[in-house]
Ligand binder design. Structure first.
Ligand SMILES: NC(=O)c1ccc[n+]([C@@H]2O[C@H](COP(=O)([O-])OP(=O)(O)OC[C@H]3O[C@@H](n4cnc5c(N)ncnc54)[C@H](OP(=O)(O)O)[C@@H]3O)[C@@H](O)[C@H]2O)c1
Length: 246
């Protein structure tokens, strides 16, 4: 049966690998992201695209209208939009507290608000039974991320997922979170971490390697499958054991 899959951040990295995995099943995939050209160039077979800044309620409303028109029902909703925001304070914001305010606001808008707005906009369209909501958290939610803001904005998704799982469970919908460790070949780190930092991130794993987008996509794909129908309100870590430390 062809399913309808909505993936925020679907034009790059983990979102794109996930889109390709569902498309290989013959599913219909909607890719969301801010850059229309990136979504179009992604080249996911049979996909449709809708460019939107998911921090903006008006854009999310437009996405919901697009989904109503083009898809109708949403079988799987994957929230891969996000990143370490607040790195570049606006010009003139040299006051330290202004910079703190910028970093925390930016991270919560990018990682928490995008997921909450899109979920609330599409919640009534989730397939009953069988619908799936999947959030992307991070190893940072367990260990911190340096400044705290990115980590906190990801950790905020955990209780939201628990509340949604309770609310949607009676309708046959599961809600889960996947928390990756260091994943290469995405736009998350820009040009990539410095070689010493990369070596350190790999040394923290028990598997002795960096994660790849396909590692996370495969976990999301499984959580969206009938085999995972009784798995809900969980946070699944995909980090080669790095969270345990070495
Ligand atoms: N890579 C890692 O090591 C790692 C580790 C832990 C968690 N994660 C999480 O995994 C998720 C995917 O990250 P990734 O590594 O695949 O990085 P990525 O390639 O940078 O993907 C992030 C995607 O989000 C989209 N996006 C950002 N802001 C948006 C907005 N306001 N509205 C709509 N779309 C937006 C971006 O596209 P546009 O710029 O075109 O909008 C991009 O396609 C993120 O939530 C990230 O925090 C990544």
């Amino acid at each position: 049966m062809t399913r309808n899959i909505v993936i925020s951040g679907g034009g790059t990295g983990i979102g794109l690998a996930t889109a390709q995995m569902f498309a290989a099943d013959g599913d219909r995939v909607l890719l969301l992201g801010r850059r229309a050209e990136v979504l179009e160039k992604a080249g996911v077979p049979g996909s449709v695209t809708c460019a939107a800044d998911l921090t903006r309620p008006a854009d999310v409303r437009r996405v919901a209208e697009f989904v109503a028109r083009e898809l109708g029902t949403v079988d799987v909703l994957v929230h891969s939009a996000g990143g370490a925001g607040g790195q570049h304070p606006p010009a003139g914001a040299d006051d330290p507290l202004e910079q703190v305010a910028h970093a925390w606001t930016d991270n919560f808008r990018l990682n928490t608000l995008t997921a909450a707005l899109l979920t609330e906009a599409l919640k009534d369209r989730l397939a009953e039974p069988g619908g799936r909501v999947l959030f992307l958290s991070s190893i940072a939610a367990y260990r911190g991320s340096g400044s705290g803001a990115y980590a906190a904005s990801k950790a905020a998704l955990h209780p939201y997922a628990h509340d949604l799982a309770r609310q949607l469970g009676p309708h046959g919908i599961t809600v889960n979170v996947v928390a990756p460790g260091y994943i290469e070949d995405t736009e998350f780190f820009g040009a990539g971490p410095a070689p010493e930092r990369r070596a350190q991130l790999i040394a923290e794993t028990s598997t002795g390697r960096a994660g790849i987008p396909g590692d996370v996509a495969a976990t999301l794909h499984w959580l969206a499958s009938p085999a995972a129908a009784h798995v809900t309100s969980q946070i699944i870590q995909v980090n080669g054991g790095a969270e345990r430390g070495h």
